[in-house]
Ligand binder design. Sequence first.
Ligand SMILES: N[C@@H](CCC(=O)N[C@@H](CS)C(=O)NCC(=O)O)C(=O)O
Length: 202
Amino acid sequence: MPSSLTVYSYRRCPFAMRVRIALNEKEIAFHIQEEDLNHFSEKLKALHPEVKVPVLVDGEKIIYESAIITEYVNDLAPEHRPLMPSLPGEKADVRLWTYWCNHHLKPAIDRFKYGANRFSNLECVGAEEKVKLHLIKLEDTLKKQDWLVGTNLTLAEVNLFPFVRQLFRIQPTPTFLKSFPFVTQWVEKISARPSVITALLK
Ligand SMILES: N[C@@H](CCC(=O)N[C@@H](CS)C(=O)NCC(=O)O)C(=O)O
């Protein structure tokens, strides 16, 4: 069956990666409409009130905000390779990880990674320490369990991985990452999944 799904995407955008990984994990075919962040297409401008990628178009349905899109993708075929646990408490945990990523982890990584190129000196104070504190939270969880929630990969991984990966790609590699063997193992394990390998190429 030809795919009716189109993702307006940008290859290096971590939010768009979330969507491509979720679709690949669910084995749902989709088209990519690659956008140029400096010159968004007229189509994209008409689809997203804030003019950002990613946007998912499914027939008449237009969805933006990556974490909303990844839940929608899971809901398209909830039983097939589920990315959301069924217990209410675990569902809440998945959403809490995503919330924490969007509101705490990502801002800290940005300040550490881009520093004065993007932020004021005040905003950058303690950036490295803040990233380490966030990594301790992840490490403490991954010490006890293979996946952030329950016993399988969930949307918590799909939504967090593209951002944690950014830290591991900084050159030269931050030496403090050596103190986080469980996070490192988790990043390597997710990076090796076919869904992720393919998603990162597009
Ligand atoms: N909260 C949005 C963030 C999306 C976002 O910031 N995308 C970036 C690319 S990585 C973008 O399109 N930026 C364009 C702009 O802000 O002008 C989501 O989760 O989808």
